[in-house]
Design a protein around this ligand. Structure first.
Ligand code: ZN
Length: 145
C-alpha cells in the first residue's frame, strides 16, 4: 500500500520521512532560544506520528522544558554555568570545552509525538535551542516520521 511501512525479514523496506532544515542565528556566547513556533510551523498539518529535532553541532543542544515561566530556562542556563565553569583548565586547546560538555549534558536531539498534524507537547513544554559557544549560524534538522 502506498504510504505504508512494511517490514520484510526484519529490514525496513519503506518509510515515509520528510526532513526540513532550519537556520538559527545566535547573538550571544550562551543563549536559550525558544524554537517551538518554528518547529510547529514546519510540521503543522503534515502526516506523521513522530517529530525528531536534531542539531548537527558539538557546542549546542536541544531540550524540551518549561516555556511558561522564562525564569525556568534562565535557571537551567545558570545551573549549567555553575556545573561547567568556562575558566576550568580543560585540555582542549580551542578553549571551548565548557560548551562541548554542556552540549553533552543537554543532548543534541529531542523527539515528540505528532497527532492530527499538531505537536503533542505538554501544557508547559517548549522546545529550546541551547547555544553554548555563540554567536554562530546554526542548523536544526526537523525530521517527520
Ligand atoms: Zn572545541
Amino acid at each position: 500500500m502506498p504510504g505504508q511501512r512494511s517490514l520484510a525479514h526484519g529490514i525496513l523496506k519503506k518509510a515515509d520521512i520528510s526532513m526540513i532544515e532550519l537556520s538559527i542565528k545566535t547573538v550571544n556566547r550562551t543563549q536559550a532560544i525558544n524554537i517551538t513556533s518554528q518547529i510547529d510551523h514546519a510540521v503543522r498539518g503534515k502526516e506523521g506520528s513522530l517529530v525528531h529535532v536534531y542539531t548537527p553541532h558539538t557546542t549546542c543542544g536541544i531540550i524540551i522544558n518549561e516555556q511558561a515561566d522564562p525564569d525556568v530556562i534562565r535557571d537551567i542556563m545558570e545551573a549549567l554555568d555553575r556545573m561547567v565553569p568556562a575558566d576550568y583548565p580543560y585540555a582542549h586547546l580551542e578553549g571551548n570545552s565548557d560548551a562541548h560538555i554542556k552540549a553533552v549534558l543537554t543532548g543534541c536531539s529531542v523527539s515528540m509525538p505528532l497527532t492530527g498534524g499538531a505537536l503533542r507537547l505538554g501544557t508547559w513544554q517548549g522546545i529550546f535551542f541551547m547555544e553554548f559557544d555563540g554567536p554562530r549560524e546554526r542548523k536544526v534538522t526537523v525530521t517527520l516520521i
